[in-house]
Write a protein that binds this ligand. Structure first.
Ligand code: HXC
Length: 271
């Protein structure tokens, strides 16, 4: 499976997650949620640790792609219900409760979710903050917040509809029903399904592929694709064209095209 190297003495030393560098070239940042007794329920401390590690991974010039996973039983069973149970409106509104969850969606480097087991509520939302979702055959996705008397609060009502369309999104959010990996793939939420025990290895292989390209171009590409969610088609096409033009200011565009013409592998320098 490649190397496991800790970035710094603190990186592997978290309470709720494990973080390592993986891949033959140590170019994949790997985060594993690790609260097995609570099915990786996303307590505040866990999300803060994920944010801290993402800050480290973003700074690390070797890392070109990040993989976020859980355990075979659960990617994450949602926000921590026990932590939310006694919250009040004045506290959550006043303190902007869970506002920092957005860190994953704001990552400049691509993030792939490798989902085995439950991805429910905030767990499903966390997966949707990633750029690509791969699932193990036994994965289950759902937004059961309605059964707790609340609603999805970390993007579920917005990202799910963009991923699967209105009818399916409404159905999942209003009924609290779960869908399995195969249905999630056919509805567009998930892009590939793997056997449970191969999910992480296969996801890391895909991450290594992404990390082998120019990190500069990958970031530009990600920004352009994400613009489709924020802009009208006209604005988005204009933005895409400008970013495309901007790639002509990079060494890596020159190198990529020269390598093709000279029939040799490209050597990108992320410049
Ligand atoms: C806290 C949780 C939890 C959660 C599971 N656990 N999910 N603790 N928050 N979200 C804990 C259980 O309390 C239990 O610990 C242990 O994990 C194992 O769970 P069981 O229920 O015993 O396991 P099982 O019978 O296999 O059922 C699995 C499950 C169920 C179907 C996933 O645990 C479940 O329905 N969980 C809640 C799913 C959910 O509603 N998620 C949405 C949360 S709201 P103990 O110690 O008690 O035995 C949300 C809002 C997001 O996410 C908004 C973000 C801004």
């Amino acid at each position: 499976m490649g190397f496991i190297v800790h970035l710094n003495p603190n990186l592997g030393d978290h309470e709720h997650i494990k973080a390592e560098k993986r891949g033959q070239k140590n170019n994949v940042g790997f985060i594993q949620l690790n609260r097995p007794k609570a099915l990786n329920a996303l307590c505040d401390g866990l999300m803060k640790e994920v944010s801290q590690v993402l800050d480290e991974f973003e700074k690390d010039k070797e890392i070109g792609c990040i993989v976020l996973t859980g355990s075979d039983r659960a990617f994450a069973a949602g926000a921590d219900i026990k932590e939310m149970q006694n919250q009040t409106f004045s506290k959550v509104y006043g303190g902007n409760f869970l506002n920092h969850w957005n860190r994953v969606a704001e990552c400049k480097k691509p993030v792939i979710a490798a989902v085995n087991g439950f991805a429910l509520g905030g767990g499903c939302e966390l997966a949707m903050m990633c750029d690509i979702i791969y699932a193990g055959e036994k994965a289950q996705f759902g937004q059961p917040e309605i059964s707790l008397g609340t609603i999805p609060g970390a993007g579920g009502t917005q990202r799910l509809i963009r991923a699967v369309g209105k009818s399916k999104a409404m159905e999942l959010i209003l009924t609290a029903d779960r869908i399995n990996a195969q249905d999630a793939q056919s509805s567009g939420l998930v892009s590939k399904v793997f056997p449970v025990d191969q999910l992480v290895t296969e996801t890391i292989k895909q991450a290594e592929k992404i990390a082998s390209f120019s990190k500069l171009t990958v970031a530009m590409c990600k920004e352009a694709v994400n613009a489709a969610n924020e802009m009208s088609l006209r604005e988005g096409l204009h933005f895409e064209k400008r970013v495309f033009h901007a790639t002509f200011a990079t060494d890596d565009r020159k190198e990529g095209m020269s390598a093709f013409v000279e029939k040799r592998p490209a050597k990108f320098t992320d410049s």
